[in-house]
Design a protein around this ligand. Structure first.
Ligand SMILES: Cc1ncc(COP(=O)(O)O)c(C=O)c1O
Length: 391
C-alpha cells in the first residue's frame, strides 16, 4: 500500500494510538474547562500551582512594559538581555552551582547539551525509561547509545565494562521519571560515573523546585548535589513558567555556549518568560515555597494511599507523579474518557511515550488542590475502576 498521509493516519488509528489536542480554557489552576466541561486537572505538571501565581504574572507584565515582548535575536548575536544573566545567576545561587545556562525549553536543552558533549567515538549510557528528548539528543549526537534496564545499577556497571571507549563517556538519567514517578538511584550513578571518569547528567524536569531543600532537586534530595556534572531542569513545570536551565561548572558553561546548537541557533527567551522564571526561582526558596512543597507531599501521599487501599497497583514511591498502568492503549483511553465525563481530566499515556503494553493513566498532583479534591477524585477513580473491571 502506498505510504500516503491518509494511510499513515489510518494505521496509527487502527493501533489505538491516534492523538488529538484537547482545548483547555482559562488559567492553569486545579480546575479548568476542558473541551467545554469543568474538570479537576489531574495531569498538569504545574505541581506547585505557580502557573497562575500573581507574583509570576506581575513580574511578567512588568517586564513586558519595561523591555517589550521579544529578545530579538539569539544570545550570541544581540539577544542576551540583563534578564537572561540575572536568571542564570539566580539559578546558580539556588542550585549552588558555579554557573548556569538558560535554554528555550527542556527539549532544546537535551537536544543541545548532549550533542555538545558527545559525538562519534563516545558512548552514552541512558536509562531505558529516560524522556524522549534525551533519546533525541543522543541520536543527534552520533555517539553510541547503550540503554540500561530501568534504575539497574548492577547491569549498568556491567554494560560500562562491556562498552569501553577511548572517547568520552556520558551517563544520563531522569531525576524523577516523568511517566513512572520514581527516583533515579543517583548515589549509585555518581559512584559509577566517578570510578569510570564519566560525565553524569540528570534531567530533573520533574524534580526541580519540588524535591530537596528549597526545591534544589533530586540530586540535593539524595545527597549527591556535587556529584552530578549537569543538572538540567525546566521552568515549564513546577516553576510555572517556560524554558530550561543547566546548572554546571563555569568551564562546562563556556563549552555549552560554544557548542550547543539549540542555544546558538535560536532566538532567546523573551523578557516576560525570563521575569516569570526569576520570580518563580525566588518564590520556591521562600517559606511559601516550603509550604507548597509540604502541601504537594501531603496531597501526593493521600492520593497514593487512597488508590492503593482500594486495590490499585501503585508503584512504590512518594512523588507527585502517580501512574496506574493498565496495559492496553484502548483500555487506557476508555478509562480516560469515562473519567472526563465524571469531571476528572487525567490524560491516557500511550506508546511511544511509554513502552508497548504499558499504557497508563498518569495522575499528577498539585499543591493547590484541597483535601476534598483528593478525596472526591480518588473515590471517582475507584468507582470508574470498578465499573470497568480494573479493580
Ligand atoms: C523528563 C523531561 N525532560 C524534558 C522535557 C522537555 O521539557 P520542555 O517541556 O520544557 O521542552 C520533559 C517534558 O515533558 C520531561 O518530562
Amino acid at each position: 500500500m502506498a505510504r500516503t498521509i491518509e494511510n499513515e493516519l489510518a494505521e496509527i488509528e487502527s493501533r489505538g494510538l491516534l492523538r488529538r489536542t484537547r482545548l483547555i480554557e482559562g488559567r492553569q489552576g486545579t480546575h479548568v474547562n476542558c473541551d467545554g466541561r469543568e474538570v479537576l486537572l489531574l495531569c498538569s505538571n504545574n505541581y506547585l500551582g505557580l502557573a497562575d501565581h500573581p507574583a509570576l504574572a506581575t513580574a511578567a507584565t512588568a517586564a513586558i512594559r519595561e523591555y517589550g515582548t521579544s529578545s530579538g535575536a539569539s544570545r550570541l548575536v544581540s539577544g542576551t538581555m540583563a534578564l537572561h544573566e540575572q536568571l542564570e545567576q539566580a539559578v546558580a545561587r539556588w542550585k549552588q552551582s558555579e554557573a548556569a545556562l538558560i535554554f528555550n525549553s527542556g527539549h532544546a536543552a537535551n537536544t543541545g547539551i548532549i550533542p555538545a558533549l558527545v559525538g562519534r567515538g563516545d558512548v552514552v549510557f541512558s536509562d531505558r525509561l529516560n524522556h524522549a528528548s534525551i533519546i533525541d539528543g543522543i541520536l543527534l549526537s552520533g555517539a553510541r547509545l547503550v540503554r540500561y534496564p530501568h534504575n539497574d545499577i548492577v547491569r549498568l556497571a556491567r554494560l560500562m565494562e562491556q562498552h569501553q571507549t577511548s572517547g568520552r563517556v556520558l551517563i544520563v538519567s531522569d531525576g524523577v521519571f516523568s511517566m513512572d514517578g520514581d527516583l533515579a538511584p543517583l548515589p549509585g550513578l555518581v559512584e559509577l560515573a566517578r570510578s569510570a571518569g564519566a560525565l553524569l547528567m540528570v534531567d530533573d524536569a520533574h524534580g526541580s523546585a519540588v524535591m530537596g531543600e528549597q526545591g534544589r532537586g533530586s540530586a540535593e534530595f539524595l545527597g549527591v548535589r556535587d556529584g552530578v556534572d549537569i543538572q538540567m531542569g525546566t521552568f515549564g513545570k513546577a516553576l510555572g513558567s517556560f524554558g530550561a536551565y543547566a546548572a554546571v561548572s563555569e568551564q562546562l558553561r563556556r563549552l555549552l555556549v560554544n557548542r550547543c546548537r539549540s542555544f546558538i541557533f535560536s532566538t532567546s527567551l523573551p523578557p516576560a518568560v525570563l521575569a516569570a522564571s526569576l520570580a518563580a526561582v525566588e518564590l520556591v526558596q521562600s517559606p511559601e515555597g516550603d509550604q507548597l512543597r509540604q502541601r504537594l507531599a501531603t496531597n501526593s501521599a493521600a492520593f497514593r494511599r487512597n488508590l492503593a487501599a482500594a486495590g490499585f497497583v501503585i508503584p512504590d514511591g512518594s512523588t507527585h507523579i502517580v501512574p496506574i498502568v493498565l496495559g492496553s492503549a484502548g483500555g487506557t483511553m476508555g478509562f480516560c474518557e469515562e473519567l472526563l465525563t465524571e469531571g476528572i481530566f487525567a490524560q491516557g499515556i500511550r506508546p511511544p511515550t511509554v513502552p508497548e503494553g504499558t499504557s497508563r493513566l498518569r495522575f499528577t498532583l498539585m499543591a493547590t488542590m484541597a483535601d476534598a479534591d483528593i478525596a472526591d477524585a480518588t473515590a471517582c477513580i475507584c468507582q470508574v475502576g470498578r465499573r470497568r473491571g480494573v479493580l
